[in-house]
Design a protein around this ligand. Structure first.
Ligand code: NAD
Ligand code: ZN
Length: 310
């Protein structure tokens, strides 16, 4: 089977034929149809974090496909089911097949496989992050970074009833944010997001999805008294400045949020099947993986890239 393989953290990925896995007890073989490219895959391939993946590895954790074979003991899915394979479980997706345990989620018939893929990480992660932010009707919520995650985060914040300020450095991303329901937009290259948001009275919650500690610091300073800052992005530069005095005096809450549960994912699919969210994506072929990485790093992509493996 064909796969994009990372052999070291400095070289481009190589497209190779790798052995198709054998099915084992509690595992299934899924023929991958679509696989979204999350910025996390880029961090993993570059070895950006304090904890690094074991080399060589096949990145990808927004895989969607059809169950081809089920191993002994598997009862939750059967051959022919369309499933999504989220991050928590056994990560591997940018290959044609994969085998693993019991962590798959069934994709409802009404959800297109190209739209299901980004929902399996970007969707579930931001759905959970919005829950962690405590966003309610009458709240103002800032979304920092309108990429694969951000374009969905803003929709979940709107579904929660909040008004939304979208912050990015690219005008096209902010145009998209407006189309998806953002009430205000701020281009951080043209104006100081903290000033702009303070003019609106500050935000009740800010969700940090931009891959830059500076954006985390701006998100912190945009908060109202009692506000909540949700950390989601995982930039290579791991540290930010956080003033203790203002955090204490203003009763600020800071919370880290990692993906979401299977129940969150089921709710994300349900909302999408009901027509309440839009997934903005462009298709790419696996052979274009290195160029696709570059497009995302340069923020040249509308929202998500999804590999067409059909
Ligand atoms: P992306 O590249 O699609 O989006 C990032 C966006 O941030 C881009 O639109 C970019 O223009 C914008 N941006 C960059 N610098 C900015 C700044 N200073 N101010 C405002 N906007 C800025 O990435 P993505 O796939 O949406 O992922 C975002 C981050 O979330 C990554 O670090 C990824 O690893 C992380 N992530 C975390 C989890 C989790 O469970 N916590 C899950 C998935 C992804
Ligand atoms: Zn991801």
């Amino acid at each position: 089977m064909k796969a994009a393989v990372v052999h070291d953290f400095k070289s481009p990925l190589s497209i190779e034929d790798v052995a198709k896995p054998e099915v084992a007890p509690d595992q299934i073989i899924v023929k991958i149809e679509t696989s979204g490219l999350c910025h996390t895959d880029i961090h993993a391939a570059h070895g950006d974090w304090p904890v690094k993946p074991h080399l060589p590895f096949i990145p990808g954790h927004e895989g969607v496909g059809i169950v081809e074979q089920v191993g002994p003991g598997v009862t939750v899915v059967k051959e022919g089911d369309r499933v999504a394979i989220p991050w928590l479980g056994y990560a591997c997706g940018t290959c044609e097949y994969r085998a693993f345990g019991r962590y798959v989620a069934k994709v409802p018939a009404k959800v297109d496989p190209f739209e299901a893929a980004p929902l399996a990480c970007a969707g579930v992660t931001t759905y959970k992050a919005v829950k962690m932010s405590g966003a309610r009707p009458s709240d103002l919520v800032a979304i920092f970074g309108i990429g694969g995650l951000g374009h969905l985060a803003l929709q979940y914040a709107k579904i929660a009833g909040a008004s939304v300020v979208a912050v990015d450095l690219v005008d096209e991303k902010l145009e998209l944010a407006k189309k998806l329901g953002a009430d205000y937009t701020v281009n951080g290259r043209k104006e100081d997001p903290v000033e702009a948001i303070k003019k609106l009275g500050g935000v009740d919650a800010a969700i940090s999805l931009a891959v830059a500690p500076k954006a985390f610091e701006q998100a912190f300073r945009s908060l109202r008294r009692g506000g909540t800052l949700v950390f989601v992005a995982l930039p290579a530069d791991n540290y930010m400045q956080l003033p203790i005095f203002e955090t204490v005096l203003n009763g600020i809450k800071i919370v880290g949020s990692i993906v979401g549960t299977r129940l969150d994912l089921a709710e994300v699919f349900e909302l999408h099947a009901d027509g309440k969210t839009q997934v903005i994506y462009e298709k790419r072929h696996l052979e274009d993986v290195n160029h696709a990485f570059e497009e995302i790093e340069k923020a040249q992509v509308a929202a998500r890239l999804v590999f067409d493996m059909m």
